[in-house]
Design a protein around this ligand. Structure first.
Ligand code: AHG
Length: 344
């Protein structure tokens, strides 16, 4: 049995980076995850269910659990002193910690504290998604350069899925490992070592109700998934939970593609680049898969603002490549359209 904390230490030592700072940071995320897990498990009870009566920067109504989870992660990271600032889906502005305390803090965290929270009432798995970056302004005041880093600069990408069991999955660029939470001893235990995604899955996950608004490339790809071709195991099967982490986690284990494209109504799609697309893209690549906005590698995109959105095509390599091919062939103009919309 190897615990998350032991594993992080071992990995850091192997890479010659064992100062304890990153291990502490990840451990803090693990501590908050346990508290959020407890609250998610009590979600049927009145005091954690329902709406807070506030909206976040995206104009979405905040659930009580969104707010609880956000507070827990911020509290754990503030107390741990390794993180200088947080970009959170639930905060309009960057949360910068007291400079006197975090003078030597080397990390910046981007987080969606509770992704898929519209599913809380119906017992569907939900998740926390996080990205860890190195702080560029060590010893100085936090700058926009600290929080607007491309995915290629990531130190760590990870998520926690609160499902039939609770798991923490993360990568630091040396493979993807998954830890299952054992509530009897309160520890995350290594259960899924060096996870890999099949090159050619047969699950496609997309909200097809938006079909009429999709770019032609996405429509063609959906039709491709539905064609009869036993040699390539088509028609594929469709699975869509409506909770990115649940859909991504299943496709990570079984092989498949998840798509949240831009649409005529929302050209940049729905998902946020910094704390949704980038961390899962890093995990996907480390598991041998691909993540794209339909045209470009997600990790190469330079963010211009903290709550920037991006279309996402992620999963089994051959499936993402085929979808990208169709986007270039049938919707070459859409890249400009969505970039313009995202800037305006
Ligand atoms: P939310 O946190 O508001 O529930 O959003 C969830 C995200 C993502 O996790 C999921 O895959 C997607 O939104 C679902 O959106 P649609 O309902 O538009 O399909």
């Amino acid at each position: 049995m190897k615990t998350l904390v032991e594993f992080i230490w071992e990995q850091q030592e192997k890479m010659g980076k064992a100062t304890g700072e990153f291990s502490r940071l990840l451990n803090d995320i693990g501590i908050a995850a346990k508290i959020v897990n407890r609250d998610v498990n009590r979600a049927g009870l009145a005091e954690v269910l329902g709406y807070e009566g506030t909206t976040n920067v995206q104009g979405e109504s905040q659930k009580k659990l969104d707010v609880i989870a956000n507070n827990e992660f911020i509290k754990a990271l503030r107390n741990g002193k390794q993180c200088a600032a947080i970009v959170s889906e639930e905060n309009d502005e960057v949360v910068v910690f007291d400079e006197k305390i975090t003078e030597n803090a080397k990390y910046i965290v981007a987080i969606d504290p509770l992704d898929g929270s519209s599913n809380i009432e119906v017992n569907v798995p939900i998740g926390t998604i996080f990205a860890v970056y190195k702080r560029k302004s060590l010893g100085k005041t936090i700058t926009t350069e600290d929080v607007l880093q491309a995915g290629t600069e990531l130190v760590c990408g990870g998520y926690i899925i609160y499902g039939s069991s609770t798991m923490l999955v993360y990568t630091t660029g040396d493979g993807v490992n998954g830890f299952t939470y054992d509530p009897t001893c309160g520890l995350f235990i290594l259960s899924h070592e060096n996870m890999k995604i099949k090159d050619d899955g047969n699950i496609y996950s997309i909200n097809e109700a938006n079909y009429i608004y999709f770019p032609e490339g996405v429509k063609r790809y959906i039709k491709h998934c539905q064609e009869d071709d036993p040699e390539t195991r088509r028609p594929y099967t469709t699975r869509y939970i409506g909770s990115l982490i649940s859909d991504f986690h299943r496709n990570l284990l079984r092989g498949g593609i998840y798509i949240y494209p831009g649409t005529k109504k929302n050209p940049a799609g729905k998902l946020r680049l910094l704390y949704e697309c980038v961390p899962v893209a890093f995990i996907a690549e480390q598991a041998g898969a691909k993540a794209s906005d339909g045209y470009r590698r997600i990790l190469d995109i330079q963010p211009e603002h903290i709550h920037q959105r991006s279309p996402l095509f992620i999963g089994s390599k051959s499936m993402v490549e085929e979808a990208e091919r169709m986007m270039s062939e049938f919707s070459p103009e859409f890249l400009d359209e969505y970039q313009r919309a995202e800037k305006s």
